[in-house]
Design a protein around this ligand. Structure first.
Ligand code: PEP
Ligand code: MN
Length: 269
């Protein structure tokens, strides 16, 4: 048995401004580039995505890259551009926090603080963000079992912050066709075990552009409370994760899933 004292399975709804995530609320649609690359790029993307209808803008300013020679993100400048873009579009923003040293600066600009897959096991970081109030988006470690992921969330809750959204983003398996193996069975399991909202990231979960649409449908079908998808103005020129990023036009089609969900819900009443 795992020692859950706060995340008991009782449903938790997370509020981000006017938005409610989890429970019986409609799925939340998060989209944006892997990285904030320039002021113009993120503003243009934000306004176009807002026009489509998204709920939350994503964009990394501190990037965990495999190679130290790869683009590392714009840092604080990227956070400023992201926030400015979110403000102009009138939507909240989510961005990754990589180290305790950057907590203050990330909190200044982010509405939701993302803890990336590589940091899910960073217990001192988990304790530190337990002491803040802003919602946390906790991605599953790429080699984490479901129990380890749940306990990482329990760390944050135990240190005082119950505003946690979980994100299934695929795990490493022997399969190498896809970047990761998207573990959709984990979605209903962690929802039941923790009561927290669970969203799915099919971009990192598959690493393959063509799989974003079918895996988004599958994620919503198994009860995901939202989707986080990488969208780029010109995926082939993206400074990170271009191969798995989709265009605005492709995203427009995926957003129809939200519209049909809303229709289905209203027709039930
Ligand atoms: C990201 O969302 O850009 C990211 C780096 O994701 P992950 O931590 O899941 O690899
Ligand atoms: Mn990425």
């Amino acid at each position: 048995m795992i020692d859950k004292r706060f995340l008991t399975g009782e449903k938790v709804v997370i509020n981000v401004g006017k938005l409610n995530i989890g429970g019986d609320n409609p799925p939340v649609f998060i989209a944006g580039p892997c990285s904030v690359e320039s002021r113009d790029q993120i503003i243009e993307t934000a306004l176009a995505l807002k026009e489509i209808g998204i709920d939350i803008l994503r964009g990394g300013a501190f990037k965990p890259r495999t190679s130290p020679y790869a683009f590392q993100g714009l840092g604080e400048k990227g956070l400023k551009y992201l926030k400015e873009a979110g403000d102009l579009a009138g939507i909240p923003v989510v961005t990754e926090l990589m180290t305790e040293n950057d907590i203050d600066v990330v909190l200044e600009y982010a509405d939701i603080v993302q803890i990336g897959s590589r940091n899910m096991h960073n217990y001192s970081l988990l304790k530190a963000i337990g002491e803040i109030k802003k919602p946390i988006l906790l991605k599953r470690g790429m080699s984490a079992t479901i129990n380890e992921w749940i306990m990482a969330a329990e760390y944050i809750a135990a240190y005082g912050n119950r505003n946690i959204i979980l994100c299934e983003r695929g795990i490493r398996t022997f399969e190498s066709y896809t970047r990761n193996t998207l573990d959709l069975a984990a979605v209903p399991i962690v929802k039941k075990e923790t009561g927290l909202p669970v969203i799915v990231d099919p971009s990192h979960g598959t690493g393959i552009r063509e799989l974003i649409d079918p895996m988004s449908r599958a994620a919503l079908a198994c009860g995901a409370d939202g989707l986080m998808i990488e969208v780029h103005l010109n995926p082939n020129e993206a400074l990170s994760d271009g191969h798995q990023s989709i265009t605005l036009e492709q995203y427009r089609d995926i957003y129809k899933l939200k519209l049909s969900y809303n229709k289905e819900v209203t027709s039930r009443h």
